[in-house]
Design a protein around this ligand. Structure first.
Ligand code: MN
Length: 329
């Protein structure tokens, strides 16, 4: 997935210390993905006051039943990324992924696509003709500064470990949860899990207290940390929790993300995660000038088939500071 906002703002994400336990609801924003069907996605990260949860810096819910105008996301032509990993996790539908390191694969529900951009990668994503309408999550994980320039690579995981407890089943996409670890390569301590609780469940999920965590309900109604949740907003839970109580009368499906608070300053613009404005400007220039070969071509696409970079904002580095202090006490 690409950020298709024609005039994306540049966001400075400042580091913040672990805030301690929190219970904060962050509403989803409906973001148009463009295309003739005018499809919207629900974006819950980044938020003005919550740019990251661990190293997770972007979370879109596409095909959500709660958006005003839903449907399959449009096919996404070749576009670049730097400084991040993209996580594609479909609940319905099938997606064809091609990238500039030679990958050409289909993904279907239950499988994970994890693309590590390092210093630069380009990819495309198209719905597979005849497949059900797409529904799923697209997330980005910021790479730490000492790994931001590694070689790009792509992983597809068709078998993922599962944590099972009475009334609960969690697929661990990346990182680890209650001792269950995913084989997907992560560069900071974190967790991403797809969790289902059965009707009538009242369970306690062990958490890593060094991590901050957040919950996004996909389907059903869930009580988490004494907070009633339905699809839409992101529940931010802060750090210093060694367990999370979960209850659901009718059953629920949700995503759990978390990680050690990301202690580095980031600048996010369009499809780039950088360490400063100059890095973003350079990446944009390198994408716009194909002859520089920073972003290799993708087999199966003619070179002119690509999403052009939007114009850079006139003013750079509009800080979005993480709220710390009384609001998080
Ligand atoms: Mn993308």
């Amino acid at each position: 997935m690409s950020d298709l906002d024609p005039r994306p703002a540049e966001t400075l994400c400042e580091p913040a210390p672990g805030p301690g336990p929190a219970v904060e609801l962050y509403p989803a924003r409906e973001v148009p993905l463009g295309g003739v069907r005018g499809v919207f996605v629900e974006r819950v990260l980044p938020q003005r006051d919550l740019p990251t949860v661990g190293a997770w810096c972007f979370l879109d819910h596409f095909g959500s039943p709660t958006v005003t105008k839903t449907g399959a996301p449009p096919d996404i032509d070749p576009h670049p990324h730097i400084g991040l990993q993209t996580v594609t996790w479909p609940f319905e539908g099938r997606i064809r992924h091609r990238d500039s390191v030679g990958s050409n694969v289909e993904i279907e529900p239950g499988q994970l696509n994890l693309m590590t951009s390092g210093r630069g990668i380009a990819h495309s994503e198209y719905a597979v003709p005849g497949a059900p309408a797409g529904h799923g999550l697209q997330l980005w994980i910021a790479l730490p500064g000492d790994q931001a320039w590694i070689d790009p690579h792509f992983e597809q995981h068709r078998e993922l470990p599962v944590l099972e407890a009475a009334g609960l089943r969690a697929i661990v996409l990346i990182g680890s949860l209650a001792g269950v670890a995913s084989p997907a390569i992560a560069y900071t301590p974190l967790v991403g899990a797809d969790v289902r609780v059965e009707p009538g469940a009242d369970v306690t999920l062990p958490l890593n207290p060094r991590f901050e965590h957040a919950v996004l309900v996909i389907e059903g109604e869930l009580t988490a940390a004494e907070t009633e949740l339905a699809p839409g907003p992101l529940l931010y839970l802060g750090t210093d929790r060694d367990e999370l109580r979960l209850a659901s009368a009718g059953g629920a499906h949700f995503a759990l993300i978390g990680g050690e608070p990301f202690g580095e300053e980031l600048v996010m613009w369009w499809n780039f995660v950088g360490r400063g404005h100059e890095e973003i400007v350079a990446a944009r220039n390198d994408w716009e000038n194909r002859e520089l070969h920073r972003f290799a071509d993708i087999a199966g696409h003619p070179p002119e088939q690509r999403i052009p970079a939007p114009p850079l904002p006139g003013l750079h580095l509009k800080p979005r500071k993480r709220r710390i202090g009384s609001a998080r006490d």
